[in-house]
Structure formats: structure tokens, C-alpha cells
Ligand binder design. Structure first.
Ligand code: UT7
Length: 325
């Protein structure tokens, strides 16, 4: 039976030029390269210049994805930007990016699910495309987390970085089988009981400030392995794929130890897990498309690859997307 699927036509990414190493950070907070490396797996992060905004990073990633897909921006009718660090409280960063790309038709809006933002945004776009409401979507994850970090808090400032990634999705008729290309399954979850474990202590409607990121790292860690493994298992059961049929796992890049824990729990060989957090730390909503882009550039993902993306973040929010490239 013919069905519409959201086929991933291409991926692109962009990182700010400025690299900040663990040793650089040890000059501003009481930390060491050894601690950051061992506890998180992060070696460096990219930090945006003052005049470089989330929209600039997102638009650069989107342009690369459009060029690689051979699609003119005017053919895009949906732009979704996953971000927790928008240029302005409003309008949405997606609208700014839409304008920067010269797209004037369709709709553009932001999705806010912090580190799960890209999984949420893919899910939203997939539903619009499958419903036939839009034909081609740009789904972007873009963040400038450096702007909301407390640079005196060693427990958080060493973990995050700035960056962006994007994919172009296109609604295409497929056969309705497990061999189909495109997004095969999406699952998104949230549980607001955990909002105080990872949050920003400001906002336009409360403090009238932007605020700084606060995290109970140990507790977030404890929930991450369990919640992410759970949603991956649900996705596999729903779609009937076995874990060893997945060609590549593209996880949200928060902590190497979390990724190792998930791999162990699900019995996934490490070589199937794309790990890029050593190069750019936790870039929140940008981390999955940045990892996907790396896998694409390394020829690890190619037509027919079965790819599982997953994330968990503030809220808590979490989720997974299974797609065939
Ligand atoms: O993307 C959203 C989801 N976020 C995450 O997934 C993050 C989840 N959490 C984590 O990745 C880890 O919990 C951290 C990397 C944040 C921390 O690792 P940990 O093994 O859980 O360390 P901890 O928080 O239990 O702290 C251990 C010690 C503490 O000292 P005491 O109390 O044992 O004396 C901290 O004060 O490490 C100390 N510490 C540091 N030491 C050197 C905390 N941050 C640092 C630091 N440098 N940067």
C-alpha cells in the first residue's frame, strides 16, 4: 500500500570558528582537562562570537543541507528550528532563518524541547509531511548555549557548546514496508515532574531575564540511561526491528558515559554509535544533526542505512526517531 514518508534528502552542519579547550576552561574555573575528559568524554567545544547568533549558525547549516540536496530554498514550504536559545524571545528564530534563506511561502516556527528539540522537530515535520500539508521541510537544530551558561559554575559550563545542524525532508510515496526510505517511526515523551533537575533560572514571563542553566548532573545522568534505553526499546518493538538490524545509532551527545551505558544495556557494539561530543560538547538541539552530518561526511550513513536517533533533555523530554536514509 502506497504511503507518504518523510525522506531525508540531505544533512548540513555549522560550528563557530572559535574552539575552547578543556585547558582553556581550567584557567577560568577550578577544573582540569583530565576531569572533563574522564567524566564526560568532551575535549573541546566551539563558542560563537558575540555577533554570531543562533539564526546565523542555523542558516549556515541549512544552506549546506539545501546545496547538498540540490534544492532551491523557494521549494521549501516548512521551516522548523529546534532551539532553547532563540535570537529573541519572539519572533521565532525559524522565521528569521526563513527570511535569511529567501523562503517566503509556507510556515516557520520554533520547537522548544531543549536537548530533545531535534527529535521533537523531526516528529512535528514528519506528521505535517505525511498528512500532505507540506512537501519539503527544513528541520534545524541550532543553539548558542554559551549565552545561558553560568561561567563560574564548573559543574555545567564545561559541558556545553554552540553549533547547528539541519536536514531537508521531502514527502515521497513509499510502499509502506519496513524497507521504505524515510522516517519509519517517531516517539516523543515528556514528564514535567522533573523540571527542577535541568532548567534555566530566568525567563521573560517570570524574572524578565534570560537566566542561567542549572543542572543536577548526577540525577539527570541516572534518568538518562533508563529513559533513553526505554524509548529505543519501544521503537524497536513497535517497528519489529531487532537492535542488531540498526546500522547506526545517532544519539544526543551529552556524555560518553551515558552513551556507553545505553550501548551496554541494549547490547549495541560501540562502532555502531556515532560519537562527536569530544569535538563540540553538548550542543543541545544541534547535537543529533551535527553527529548525523559527521556520519554522512565519513560515509558511515548512505542510502538504505537504518538510523536510530535519540535524545533526552530538560523537562524532562525524551524521544527517538527511526529512519532509513
Ligand atoms: O543534555 C541534557 C542532559 N544532560 C546530561 O545528560 C548531563 C548528565 N550528567 C552528567 O553528564 C554528569 O553527571 C556530569 C558530567 C555533569 C558530572 O559527572 P558526575 O560523575 O555525575 O560528577 P558529580 O556531579 O557527581 O561530581 C563529582 C565531583 C564533585 O565533587 P565532590 O562533591 O565529590 O567533592 C563535583 O564538585 O566532581 C566535582 N566537579 C568537578 N570537578 C572538576 C563537578 N564539576 C567539576 C569540574 N571539574 N568541571
Amino acid at each position: 500500500m502506497a504511503v507518504l514518508r518523510s525522506v531525508i534528502r540531505s544533512v548540513g552542519a555549522h560550528l563557530p570558528k572559535r574552539v575552547v579547550t578543556n585547558d582553556d576552561l581550567s584557567k577560568i574555573v577550578d577544573t582540569t582537562d583530565e576531569w572533563i575528559r574522564e567524566r564526560s568524554g568532551i575535549l573541546q567545544r566551539h563558542i560563537a562570537d558575540e555577533n554570531e547568533l543562533t539564526s546565523d549558525l542555523g542558516a549556515a547549516a541549512a544552506k549546506q543541507a539545501l546545496i547538498r540536496a540540490g534544492i532551491d530554498p523557494v521549494e521549501i514550504d516548512l521551516v522548523i528550528c529546534a532551539t532553547a536559545t532563540p535570537d529573541r524571545t519572539f519572533p521565532a528564530t525559524a522565521v528569521k532563518i526563513q527570511n535569511m534563506l529567501g523562503v517566503t511561502k509556507g510556515a516557520a516556527f520554533d520547537v522548544q524541547a531543549v536537548c530533545s528539540g531535534f527529535v521533537y522537530a523531526l516528529t512535528v515535520a514528519d506528521n505535517f509531511l505525511k498528512a500532505g500539508q507540506f512537501k519539503r521541510a527544513l528541520v534545524i537544530g541550532a543553539e548558542t548555549f554559551s549565552r545561558i551558561l553560568d561561567w563560574s559554575d564548573r559543574g555545567t559550563c564545561v559541558l556545553f557548546g554552540d553549533g547547528a545542524g539541519a536536514v531537508v525532508l521531502e514527502a515521497q510515496p513509499q510502499h509502506g514496508t519496513r524497507e521504505d526510505r524515510g522516517i519509519l517511526s517517531t516517539r516523543i515523551r515528556s514528564d514535567g515532574r522533573f523540571e527542577d533537575l535541568l532548567y534555566v533560572d530566568g525567563g521573560p514571563g517570570s524574572t524578565k531575564t534570560v537566566g542561567h542553566l542549572r543542572m543536577n548532573g548526577r540525577e539527570v545522568f541516572r534518568h538518562a540511561v533508563q529513559k533513553i534505553s526505554g524509548v529505543i526499546e519501544e521503537t524497536l518493538v513497535e517497528t519489529g526491528f531487532a537492535a542488531d538490524e540498526i546500522d547506526l545509532f545517532i544519539p544526543h551527545q551529552a556524555n560518553k558515559r551515558i552513551l556507553d551505558g545505553i550501548a551496554k544495556k541494549l547490547n549495541v557494539p560501540p562502532e555502531k554509535i556515532v560519537m562527536t561530543l569530544d569535538k563540540h560538547g553538548n550542543t543541545s538541539a544541534a547535537s543529533i544533526p551535527l553527529a548525523l552530518n559527521q556520519a554522512f561526511e565519513d560515509h558511515r550513513v548512505k542510502e538504505g542505512s537504518l538510523v536510530l536517533m535519540e535524545a533526552m533533555g530538560g523537562g524532562f523530554t525524551w524521544g527517538a526517531v527511526l529512519a532509513r536514509w
